[in-house]
Every structure is written in C-alpha cells, then in structure tokens.
Design a protein around this ligand. Structure first.
Ligand code: GTP
Length: 187
C-alpha cells in the first residue's frame, strides 16, 4: 500500500510564542522528531510549513506550503495540500508539536488501520484528529469543506467514517507520547 507521511508545521504558534517546529527536545528539533516517527512507515515524507520558514528546515527534507487559496487556514489545509500534490493510498499524519511521538507508536497505529476513511487517536477522552491515518478518498470531501470555509478538523470528521483508537492500546505511555506543546511551559 502506497503511504505518505505528513508532518504538519504550518501553524502560527501564537500561544507558543515562537515557531514550534523549531523548538527542540534533547537537541533535536520537533519537526525532525515528527519526521522520524513517520518515516519508517512511509514511502515518502512531506512537511507542510509556512512560506517564511521554508529555508530553515533540513534541506534534505521535502517541504511544501499550504495551497495558496487556503494558506494558514488550519491543519485540514495542510493535509489537503499534500493529498493534492502527492497521490498515495493513505496518509499518516502527525503534528510538529508532539516531541514524544515515536516510530513504535506510529507502527502500531498503521498496524491497526483497516481501510477506514480516517483512523485517529484518542487518549482518555482527549481527541487527536491530526495524529491519524487519512485515506486518499477523503481528498474531495476536505476540499469541499475548505471551499465552504469549514476549517475545523473535528467538525469535518463528524461527516466521515472516522474510527477513534484509544492511545493506550498503542503504547504504555499514551499520556506522554501524545502530549502536544501549545505553550513553552508545558515541557
Ligand atoms: N499546514 C498547516 N499546518 C497547520 C496550520 N495550522 C496549524 N497547523 C499545524 O497543526 C498542528 C496543531 O496546530 P495548533 O497548535 O492547533 O495551531 P498553531 O497555529 O500551531 O498554534 P496557535 O497559534 O497557538 O493556535 C501544528 O503542527 C501546526 O503546525 C495550517 O494552517 N497549515
């Protein structure tokens, strides 16, 4: 099955105060941690970033920007932008602000995928709609949502076949592994 890894890094990081993709844990930038987590299950990994930071990423990586008409309108745009330019059967999505994410847990997620429209992670009632696998058949539905100014991933997911998988089934440390950083104080 043809699989593309997607690292979402096109947010504004307003709460964090500086671009989260370039924050680091043990000397490694968050975006590299995310890239590593998805790379072993993917034929190719694409980062979707803001235009002003394109030159700041590892130049060996494949970095694109959001579709022009929807730049910065949220994670759904990043996912759509990759689907539009890189055809594959499924897309393994991770955000760039989860510094404890790792390839073991992403392997378990991929092993649990059963051709759903979307398979996404939930940890004890906290939903992570962008730690997920999206099938390519969702492309047109996402595009329609964006055209209607419907940018909320959770709202869009209400209308499609999503299966939520409990993070504790994927790892013993789900609370840590799926923790995302919104402010610098959360480390
Ligand atoms: N490609 C793309 N990624 C996005 C966009 N908005 C958010 N993301 C990514 O989605 C993930 C979650 O983003 P949030 O933390 O909700 O938003 P943020 O803009 O980064 O941060 P705030 O400004 O504090 O809300 C991060 O990996 C972001 O980089 C967008 O418009 N385009």
């Amino acid at each position: 099955m043809n699989t593309i890894g997607v690292v979402l890094a096109g947010g504004l990081s307003r709460r964090y105060g500086s671009p989260k993709a370039f924050a680091s844990r043990n000397g490694k930038p968050y975006y590299e941690i995310a890239h590593e987590a998805v790379s072993t299950v993917s034929d190719e990994v694409i980062l979707v970033a803001r235009p002003e930071f394109l030159g700041d990423f590892n130049q060996d990586m494949n970095v694109i920007v959001d579709e022009k008409e929807f730049v910065g309108c949220g994670p759904l745009v990043g996912i759509y932008s990759v689907m539009a330019h890189f055809p594959a059967e499924r897309y393994v999505i991770v955000p760039c602000d989860m510094p404890y994410i790792n390839s073991d847990v992403i392997h378990s997620l991929v092993a649990s995928y059963e051709d759903e429209d979307v398979l996404a992670v939930e940890v004890e009632g906290i939903y992570h709609p962008i730690v997920a696998i999206y099938h390519h058949r969702m492309k047109d539905s996402i595009h329609q949502a964006l055209e209607h100014g419907q940018y909320s991933v959770m709202k869009w997911l209400n209308g499609v076949g999503v299966r939520w998988i409990e993070g504790n089934e994927l790892t013993m440390n789900a609370q840590d592994v799926f923790r995302n950083m919104n402010t610098p104080g959360e480390h």
